[in-house]
Design a protein around this ligand. Structure first.
Ligand SMILES: CC(C)(COP(=O)(O)OP(=O)(O)OC[C@H]1O[C@@H](n2cnc3c(N)ncnc32)[C@H](O)[C@@H]1OP(=O)(O)O)[C@@H](O)C(=O)NCCC(=O)NCCS
Length: 405
């Protein structure tokens, strides 16, 4: 067992801890210039590090924001935006100790939910996070892929200069709003790293904005990966969509129409798109859109189970009693009656029993209770309750985060 202390970092330890994270993810140490541009994305606040002597060997980081939950409310959430342990100190309990400190802090501060994106799907279940929203990777072949005639149209697309993008995107994202369960607010500290992609010295991304009858209502940040060369003149470029948000179907269609109209392109690819984005059926021939992968996108942990369950809305159905087990935050362990009229702790017998990470999978509506019971993640004590839980928790719109952090 390695000896180490876990504590919040100080202002002076920001840069050494960002480097622990970067090295764990196989990036180079941050340069002076990059730190000058993006250092404000790494404040000392809400960071815990493990230290051996004075040297940081592991780090977890988060920022506070809001998340849309089923029913449309925005609920406070801690977004975990970094976890890394120095390569010579892994598998000795460092992350476990950091996660315990971080979760205790979220609980003490009354944050009801925590979310993250996982580098590997096997890491976070043990800490109570469940795979709560999926994303799909799609590729539309060009030039064959084009939209059907009756797909909503009418707006205009304009490309932004890097300076315009830095100025306009934060307000535009806010204007579009958190209209899907799983979408999170982007606080000021989130933007500097994003801006580097289109306005930094090595910027490889372009930005286009859609305007509809009420003004700007969508944007796309994309990279051009060119495979065209003197020896392969017929190879087109691939447009890689990094970040795309639209306030409604017309804006979404307008942005895709624009991407599919760019010359010398053999394909447009989007990663972590909403699983129910109807791109294939927007095309004249839906076979020109291929789903290349469906992967876990957002992981969610109820930190305060009663507050989390009480924050979202439920569809009309009879209530169910859930027995929730939580090893890391044992105060959550208990029985909860959940129904359209509200949520309360109860001593009634449970209909369904599940661990808190499975509750995270159920929470945004991505997975049905039936699927989770079939997978052995929900223990069914009353068979009829599964259908009621399906009805209560399922959402019409698939959850989706759409923000990299
Ligand atoms: C992922 C990482 C932070 C784990 O840190 P760690 O200090 O090794 O984790 P711990 O020793 O506390 O491990 C706790 C448990 O999780 C398991 N675990 C940890 N990392 C794992 C991984 N990558 N895959 C599978 N299991 C893992 C451990 O085996 C251990 O299991 P046990 O409780 O049954 O013994 C570390 O490996 C790392 O920095 N990886 C590279 C960067 C990265 O992927 N960061 C995550 C970004 S989302």
């Amino acid at each position: 067992m390695t000896a180490f202390d876990v504590r919040p970092i100080t202002e002076d330890e920001r840069r050494s801890t960002v480097d622990v994270l970067r090295r764990s993810l196989h990036h180079n140490r941050i340069t002076d210039d990059a730190w000058a541009r993006t250092g404000k994305s790494w404040p000392a606040e809400h960071k815990f590090a493990a230290f051996d002597g004075g040297t940081p060997i592991g780090i977890v980081s988060s920022f506070d924001t809001g998340i849309a939950v089923p029913g449309g409310r925005a609920v406070p959430v801690a977004a975990v935006d970094g976890a890394g342990v120095r390569a010579d100190r892994t598998r000795r309990g460092v992350l476990s100790a950091l996660m315990a400190a971080q979760l205790a802090d979220f609980a003490a501060r009354g944050v009801p939910l925590a979310v993250l994106h996982a580098s590997e799907p096997t890491i976070y279940g043990r800490f109570g996070y469940g795979s709560a929203a999926l994303g799909k990777t799609v590729r539309v072949a060009r030039p064959a892929g084009r939209l059907r005639e009756r797909v909503p149209a009418g707006g205009e697309v304009r490309m932004l200069t890097p300076e315009e993008a830095v100025k306009e995107l934060p307000a535009l994202y806010e204007r579009i709003g958190l209209h899907r369960p799983g979408m999170i607010g982007r606080p000021d500290l989130w933007w500097p790293v994003a801006h580097d992609r289109y306005a930094g010295p090595e910027a490889g991304h372009l930005v286009a904005v859609h305007s509809g009858p009420d003004g700007d209502d969508g944007f796309v940040v994309y990279a051009t990966v060119s495979r065209r060369s003197f020896d392969s003149p017929d190879e087109g470029a691939v447009l890689d969509v990094h970040d795309m948000h639209a306030a409604g179907p017309a804006a979404r269609a307008g942005l895709w129409r624009f991407l599919l109209s760019v010359d010398l392109v053999s394909g447009v690819r989007g990663r972590h798109r909403p699983v129910d984005e109807p791109l294939a059926v927007m095309l004249a021939d839906h076979r020109h859109a291929a789903t290349l992968a469906v992967e876990d996108d957002l992981w969610l942990r109820p930190v305060d189970v009663e507050a989390a369950l009480g924050a979202r809305a439920y569809r009309a159905a009879g209530p169910v009693v859930l027995a929730v087990a939580d090893r890391t935050l044992p105060g959550n362990t208990g029985h909860y009656e959940v129904g359209p009229d509200g949520v309360r702790r109860t001593s009634a017998a449970a209909d369904l029993a599940l661990d808190v990470d499975t509750l995270g999978m159920l929470y945004l509506g991505q997975w049905s209770a039936t699927a989770l019971a079939d997978a052995g993640r929900i223990e069914v004590r009353d068979e009829a309750a599964v259908a009621r839980a399906d009805e209560l928790f399922t959402t019409v719109t698939a959850p989706w985060c759409g923000t990299h952090f």
